[in-house]
Design a protein. Structure first.
Ligand code: ATP
Length: 360
C-alpha cells in the first residue's frame, strides 16, 4: 500500500496562490522527487500531503481514502526533516522509539522494532548514545529510523541531506536508495540537489511557480524536456539557448537559421511555422571542437579546468556569460582567444515562442 493521488490541489496563503491546481499520482512503491527553484511550492505540497498544512481546494487521497481532514498521525505517513528534529536529552534508542511509545506499544515489540531499524541503518552500536555525540549523517539516520519504525505507507523527506557535507551526502544517497529497495515503500523526496533527484528518483516532478512543469523518469527529462523551463533546470551546467529563425519544414525536421547558417533539427514540424522566431537548445556536454552541422566562434571569458573536463564560458550577446561548453580535460584552450565550436543537429532541442518543445 502507499498510493497517493493529488487531485486539483490548490493552496493559498492569504491572497497568495502558492499552488495552482496540482494533479499528481504517485504509485505504490515509487520513489518520487520534487525539484524546482526556491519558492515554487515543493515544501508546501509535501507538508500538505503530511497534513502539516491544510489544503485550500482539491483532494489528497492515500490508498483511496481522502485524507484532507485527517490529522498527520492518522494518514499513515512519516516525515523526515532537514533539521533531524531529534530530542537531544534522549538516547538514540529512545529517539527512534518515540513514536511507538506515543502509540503505547508493548516493550518487547517496541525493542524489536527499534533494533531492526537500527540494524538497517547501521546504528546498532549507537543506541545508548545521545544525538550530540553523533555526526550529521548518523543523526539523520536516527531521524530516518524514527520514520521506519512507524511502518508508514508513505515516507516524506524534506531536503534530508542538505545539512551534510558533499561526501556524506553521496554516501547517504546510496543508503537511501538501498533503503528504498529494501522497504519497497512509497517515498516522496524534496530537494534542491539535482544529483540527488537524478540518482534516486524513479520519477522526478519538476515544479515551477506553483505548478508542475513536467514529470518523468530522470533521463526522460534530460533527453526530452517538454519546455524551456525544464530544459534549463535539468542538467548542469545548464542547457544553452540560442535565438534562431525557422526557414522551413522538411521531411527530416525543421530547417533553422542561426546567424546565416542553416541546419535541419530532427523534430516534428508544425504547420505555418516558417519565419517564426524559435529557441535552439544545446547542452554544454554536446558541444565539441570537432565540427558539426553549424559552428560558432566565441571568445571564452572564463575557463574552468576540472581535471576530467574543461568548461568554457562565453557571451553570445556581449553582456553576460550565456554560453557554455564542456570539453575534454586535456583540451588546450585559453581565455579571450577565439574558440570555434561545433553543434550537431541531432543533439539539439527546439522550442517555440511560448517555450514549448517541439516533439523529437
Ligand atoms: P525552498 O526550496 O526555498 O524551500 P519551496 O519550493 O519549498 O522553496 P515553499 O516553502 O513551498 O517553497 O514556499 C512556496 C511559497 O509559499 C513561497 O513564496 C513562500 O514564501 C510561501 N509560503 C510558505 N509558507 C508560508 C506561510 N506559512 N505563510 C505565507 N507564505 C508562505
Amino acid at each position: 500500500m502507499g498510493q497517493l493521488n493529488i487531485n486539483r490541489v490548490q493552496k493559498f496563503f492569504g491572497q497568495f496562490e502558492v499552488l495552482k491546481s496540482v494533479d499528481l499520482e504517485v504509485r505504490e512503491g515509487e520513489f518520487v522527487v520534487f525539484v524546482g527553484p526556491s519558492g515554487c511550492g515543493k515544501s508546501t505540497l509535501l507538508r500538505m500531503i503530511a497534513g502539516l498544512e491544510d489544503t485550500t481546494r482539491g483532494d489528497i487521497v492515500i490508498d483511496g481514502v481522502r485524507v484532507n481532514d485527517l490529522p498527520p498521525v492518522r494518514r499513515g505517513i512519516a516525515m523526515v526533516f532537514q533539521s533531524y528534529a531529534l530530542y537531544p536529552h534522549m538516547t538514540v534508542f529512545e529517539n527512534i522509539a518515540f513514536p511507538l511509545r506515543v502509540e503505547g506499544m508493548e516493550e518487547g515489540k517496541l525493542r524489536q522494532k527499534v533494533e531492526d531499524a537500527a540494524r538497517i541503518l547501521h546504528l546498532e552500536q549507537r543506541l545508548e548514545q545521545k544525538p550530540g555525540m553523533l555526526s550529521g549523517g548518523q543523526r539523520q539516520r536516527v531521524a530516518i529510523g524514527r520514520a521506519i519504525v512507524r511502518e508508514p505507507k508513505i515516507f516524506l523527506f524534506d531536503e534530508p541531506l542538505s545539512n551534510l557535507d558533499a561526501a556524506l551526502r553521496a554516501d547517504m544517497r546510496i543508503e537511501l536508495a538501498k533503503l528504498h529497495k529494501r522497504l519497497k515503500a512509497t517515498m516522496i523526496y524534496v530537494t534542491h540537489d539535482q544529483v540527488e533527484a537524478m540518482t534516486m528518483a524513479d520519477r522526478i516532478v519538476v515544479m515551477n511557480a506553483g505548478g508542475i512543469a513536467q514529470t518523468g523518469a530522470p533521463l526522460e527529462l534530460y533527453h526530452k524536456p517538454a519546455n524551456l523551463f525544464v530544459a534549463g533546470f535539468i542538467g548542469n551546467p545548464k542547457m544553452n539557448f540560442m535565438p534562431v529563425t525557422c526557414v522551413s519544414a522538411s521531411p527530416d525536421g525543421v530547417v533553422i537559421d542561426y546567424a546565416g547558417q542553416r541546419m535541419t533539427v530532427p523534430v516534428e514540424p508544425r504547420p505555418g511555422m516558417e519565419g517564426q522566431n524559435l529557441t535552439l537548445g544545446i547542452r554544454p556536454e554536446h558541444i565539441d571542437l570537432a565540427g558539426g552541422d553549424i559552428t560558432l566562434t566565441v571568445r571564452p571569458t572564463v575557463i574552468e579546468r576540472l581535471g576530467a573536463e574543461t568548461v568554457a564560458y562565453a557571451s553570445l550577446d556581449g553582456e553576460r556569460e550565456n554560453f557554455c561548453a564542456t570539453l575534454s580535460g586535456s583540451v588546450g584552450i585559453r581565455a579571450e582567444e577565439p574558440l570555434t565550436l561545433g553543434i550537431r543537429a541531432a543533439d539539439c532541442h527546439l522550442f517555440d515562442a511560448d517555450g514549448e518543445a517541439f516533439e523529437r
